[in-house]
Design a protein around this ligand. Structure first.
Ligand SMILES: *Cc1c(COP(=O)(O)O)cnc(C)c1O
Length: 419
């Protein structure tokens, strides 16, 4: 397959919602009018100065933005020592974009507030949170409480059990969590239930997606709301170092924190960009690396890379991190992979656990397991880059939610690279 390199990597999607061969709008006929209405309203709203002012005000006063760009001195030093011991001259200077300091502890709140403001303008009073990892449910329940909207979260019964602390938080914020017991009682089944509910209650209900995936216009809309991450990073690095960063790293579940950081830099050819997927137990075993280990197909209303068996059935992703085990990936990343603009790597559960501990000990920051995957690759790639190379990791969330799970995994394991 030949790929024509576009003039700009930031133009997509086209009017049909395609990013090259990916994306689009593969939805049931009953959903089509809802999706078209949403697209119309989003197009009309996004450039409205009053909407932008309201969104920016909330990001500042409710979320606590801008999040800091932080120079990780001891981690940088540690990597330089490792490089030196291996006979390499390198050891890039590492920065963290501190999304974990946002209200609710992750980047997800940026997107949720954008969608909730749009829902209010559309006159919707009831919000369906897309199920899956509980963090999006928490962010949505938070925004709904803030605006007095009804919030309903469909979750697989298995996930309700696995993510109890998040379920308590959602309940505390006034949301209704509906456990779905059909099928395998996980993400895909909950998604089907949520879609059914949306069609049945379209008059007053808004479907709030938690990542840059789904049918058009969701991938572009979620990206637009998350781009605040990359825009701030650009300005902050200019202020601190007087220039652009040399490379960017982010973990990839559905791809929203990554595209939010990457997008403002896509047309800066000197900036290297890396996405890091979850390799689980290993890419030849159970994993959640849709780009590295999957192939193109249609799921969740769009064409993208998916984890599938030989019959085209969707396989459940595995990752130690609930936020990364989505079996698909946002369509813009599928296109950025095929066009070669972004390099996609993967990190295993064990590598993420090591990076998690390293970050806690060296920087006094307990990261979520999701960005710990990206940090694992930062630790190797930084050794191969010169010392004046400026590397930015998107610290997408904090690790409080992961402590019990990490403790369970670590019983019996020691920390790699540290005594
Ligand atoms: C949900 C989540 C992710 C993965 O989602 P993306 O859409 O790929 O960003 C990553 N990090 C954290 C902390 C999360 O909560």
């Amino acid at each position: 397959m030949t790929i024509s390199v576009p003039n700009s990597f930031r133009l997509g999607p086209d009017e049909r919602g395609r990013f090259g061969a990916f994306g689009g709008r593969f939805v049931a006929e009953t959903l089509m009018p809802l999706i078209l209405d949403l697209e119309r309203r989003y197009e009309a709203t996004k450039s409205d100065p009053a909407f932008q002012a309201e969104f920016k005000g909330l990001l500042k006063h409710f979320v606590g933005r801008p999040s800091p760009l932080y120079r990780a001195e001891r981690l940088t030093q540690h990597i330089r020592e490792k490089a030196e011991a291996a006979g390499k001259p390198g050891g890039a200077t590492i920065y963290f974009k501190r999304e974990e300091l946002n209200h609710t502890g992750a980047h997800k709140i940026n997107n949720v507030l954008g969608q909730i403001l749009l829902a209010r303008r559309m006159g919707k009073t009831r919000i369906l949170a897309e199920p899956g990892a509980g963090q999006h449910g928490v962010a949505t329940a938070t925004a709904c409480a803030r605006f007095g909207l009804e919030c309903v979260v469909f979750m697989g019964a298995v996930d309700v059990e696995r993510q109890k602390p998040n379920v308590y938080r959602m309940n505390m914020l006034g949301a209704t969590v509906v456990p779905v017991r059909s099928g395998a009682a996980t993400l895909k089944d909950a998604m089907n239930e949520a879609m059914r509910d949306w069609v049945a209650n379209v008059e007053h209900t808004f479907y709030c997606i938690g990542t840059a995936a789904g049918p058009h216009p969701y991938p572009a809309m979620v990206r637009d709301f998350q781009c605040v991450i990359g825009k701030e990073t650009k300005a902050q690095m200019m202020e601190m170092e007087g220039r652009r960063p040399d490379s960017l790293f982010a973990c990839i579940g559905g791809g929203s924190n990554a595209i939010g950081l990457f997008h403002p830099f896509l047309d800066d050819p000197d900036v290297e960009i890396f996405g890091v997927e979850a390799a689980g137990h290993g890419l030849d075993k159970k994993h959640a690396a849709s780009l590295t280990g999957g192939r193109p197909g249609v799921l969740h209303g769009n064409r993208t890379y998916l984890l599938m068996d030989e019959h085209g059935q969707i396989e459940e992703g595995h990752s130690i991190s609930a936020g990364l085990d989505y079996p698909g990936i946002g369509p813009e990343h599928a296109w950025l992979k095929d066009s070669g603009r972004v390099t996609y790597l993967a990190a295993t559960d064990d590598e993420a656990l090591d990076a998690f501990q390293l970050c806690a000990r060296l920087e006094g920051i307990i990261p979520a397991l999701e960005p710990a995957h990206a940090l694992a690759r930062v630790c190797d790639v930084a050794q191969e880059r010169p010392r004046d190379h400026l590397m930015v990791l998107n610290m997408s969330g904090r690790g409080d939610k992961d402590l019990a799970q990490v403790a369970a995994h670590l019983s019996g394991r020691s920390i790699d690279g540290m005594s």
